[in-house]
Write a protein that binds this ligand. Structure first.
Ligand code: NAD
Ligand code: UDP
Length: 311
């Protein structure tokens, strides 16, 4: 089996490359390193692995067969996509279009990494795949949310009109080793603030909720979905919902830090609640998360501690 992973030098993509190599695939990792890091794939020492530095908003051609395309390339953290609004829109639109073209040419199966952000600031909690969402298209987050909604729409169009074999995973907040310490997301922010004894920055009053999934669970869900025959979107995430304030307190407890909580402005359009309804993933993929928050956070903490000299 020959697989492409776009965004393969990023947080999730690099873990997916590891899993695919373990399963015996030849893996081609395509990444322009805009938010990723070559360090995430530096440990891979295998003849079955190729890294190509390429911006997938430009077309790419391959002579050999390709069986699977896992399309994960996109800035993913709110701080990143607010700094890179045009690149985010382009990779969601042109990048997805180019990968669909490649899938059509190679008769490959393509999975796109969509997101819980397609539900926007949801008025339904938990969110089932049937919920159409509540997205502000012209707000600052719209560059990411609408890029992903467009990516879903063009993927379904290629599936319906060209018969391309496609999969759509809607990923909910995922954390773990290889997240960038300064990507601005809540998990690296809080852990690194706690490790340095700095104030922990809770945005707004901290009553907004999120549900955190550990990376190995998420990657297992993505692999199962790709190997299934299900073409509608599937939520993959951990339904254990908590407020951001509760999350900050867990970080203080696990790290034993003396950091204090401080409040900062809530970002515009920050969703007030988020929790995946994973009935479909359970039923179709036999998937549910296995790693509890405490275990996942300890692994992540260990990673950030081991990286401290480089951060
Ligand atoms: P990440 O930033 O670590 O990884 C994204 C990778 O894509 C980076 O290595 C980056 O360099 C690469 N990339 C971006 N634009 C590119 C381009 N034009 N050409 C080639 N490579 C490009 O983020 P992540 O958390 O690993 O997210 C991976 C995917 O999963 C993204 O599509 C993201 O939207 C989706 N997702 C992630 C989460 C999460 O909680 N981690 C939640 C929902 C969705
Ligand atoms: N957040 C926070 N402090 C931080 C970073 C984030 O309180 O230093 C909040 C943010 O406002 C949001 C939640 O934590 O409500 C998750 O934010 P993140 O950037 O990780 O991802 P999002 O779920 O918003 O895409």
């Amino acid at each position: 089996m020959r697989s492409i992973v776009t965004g393969g030098a990023g947080f999730l993509g690099s873990h997916l490359c590891d899993l695919l190599l373990e399963k015996g695939h030849d893996v081609i990792c395509i990444d322009n390193l805009v938010t990723g890091n070559a360090r995430n794939i530096a440990h891979i020492n295998s003849d079955s692995f190729t890294y190509l530095k390429h911006d997938i908003t430009r077309p790419i051609y391959f002579g050999d067969k390709i069986d699977y395309i896992f399309h994960l390339a996109s800035p993913a953290s709110p701080v990143d996509y607010l700094e890179l609004p045009i690149q985010t829109l382009k990779v969601g639109a042109l990048g997805t279009y180019n990968m669909l073209g490649l899938a059509k040419e190679k008769r490959a199966r393509l999975l796109i990494a969509s997101t819980s952000e397609v539900y926007g600031d949801p008025q339904v909690n938990p969110q089932p795949e049937t919920y159409w969402g509540n997205v502000n298209p012209i707000g600052p987050r719209g560059v990411y949310d609408e890029a992903k909604r467009y990516a879903e729409a063009i993927t379904m169009a290629y599936h319906r009109y060209h018969g391309i074999d496609t999969r759509i995973v809607r990923i909910f907040n995922t954390y773990g080793p290889r997240m960038r310490a300064n990507d601005g997301r809540v998990v690296p922010n809080f852990i690194n603030q706690a490790l340095k004894g700095e104030d922990i920055t809770v945005y707004g009053d901290g009553s907004q909720t999120r549900s955190f999934c550990y990376v190995s669970d998420l990657i297992d869900g993505i692999y199962r979905l790709m190997m299934s025959d299900f073409t509608d979107p599937v939520n993959i995430g951990n339904p254990a919902e908590m407020t951001v304030l509760e999350f900050a307190r867990s970080i203080i407890e696990i790290t034993g830090s003396k950091s204090k909580l401080v409040h900062r402005d809530l970002p515009v359009d920050d969703p007030k609640v988020r929790r995946p309804d994973i009935s479909k993933a359970k039923e179709i993929l036999g998937w549910e998360p296995k790693i509890a928050l405490e275990e996942g956070l300890r692994n992540t903490l260990e990673y950030f501690m081991s990286m401290r000299s480089e951060l």
